[in-house]
Design a protein around this ligand. Structure first.
Ligand SMILES: CC(C)(COP(=O)(O)OP(=O)(O)OC[C@H]1O[C@@H](n2cnc3c(N)ncnc32)[C@H](O)[C@@H]1OP(=O)(O)O)[C@@H](O)C(=O)NCCC(=O)NCCS
Length: 151
């Protein structure tokens, strides 16, 4: 099992995994161009030449990053991969000296187990919402906000 940063040749597999869950309504979809433009944000787990988990760390500000598009292949859930990927992205934030990581999710209990605390969406700074105009749910965001301080 290999943890690594994503490359352009991974984009179709990343989109397929995210959009498999997006079609079920459990996470938000990603277009290929949005992955191309953010490819450096993505970390993934590979096993037997197959991508089995992906997650992305989007930097918002000098002290704030977001974990988004976290997905583990259905046959690989409950093996600790999702939480390991979250830990990897927390480590990446630490190396970048970013002290707060938040997420908007439909799986708050999973993130609570990773040490995140629920907060009201209104308490997040305005800059968090800049890309939301591209979201199919805009302006009726029903995701739950959680944050973790790693300072
Ligand atoms: C949510 C998801 C990323 C979890 O990944 P995973 O690899 O199965 O999670 P882990 O095995 O690391 O689980 C860590 C802990 O969280 C718990 N957990 C996992 N998914 C959970 C969920 N949906 N709700 C509540 N708890 C959950 C596990 O039971 C485990 O608990 P434990 O430490 O007490 O044993 C994965 O199920 C997934 O890809 N789901 C579809 C996409 C999605 O909803 N992504 C969420 C971000 S938008």
């Amino acid at each position: 099992m290999l943890f690594r940063k994503a490359r352009m040749s991974d984009t179709k597999d990343i989109a397929a995994l995210i959009n498999f869950y997006a079609e079920k309504g459990v996470m938000l979809p990603r277009t290929l161009p949005s992955i191309y433009q953010r490819i450096r944000d993505f970390t993934l787990i590979e096993e037997n030449n197959t991508i089995i988990a992906v997650g992305s760390l989007r930097i918002l500000w000098n002290d704030l990053a977001e974990i988004c598009s976290l997905a583990v292949r259905p046959e690989s859930v409950n093996r600790g991969l999702g939480s390991s990927l979250v830990k990897k992205m927390i480590q990446e934030s630490r190396e970048l000296e970013i002290k707060n990581i938040f997420t908007l999710t439909y799986q708050p209990v999973f993130f609570e187990k990773c040490g995140f605390k629920r907060i009201s969406k209104e308490s997040l700074p305005q800059k968090v919402w800049t890309e939301c105009v591209n979201c199919p749910k805009f302006p009726n965001c029903d995701e739950i906000a959680l944050i973790k301080n790693i300072g």
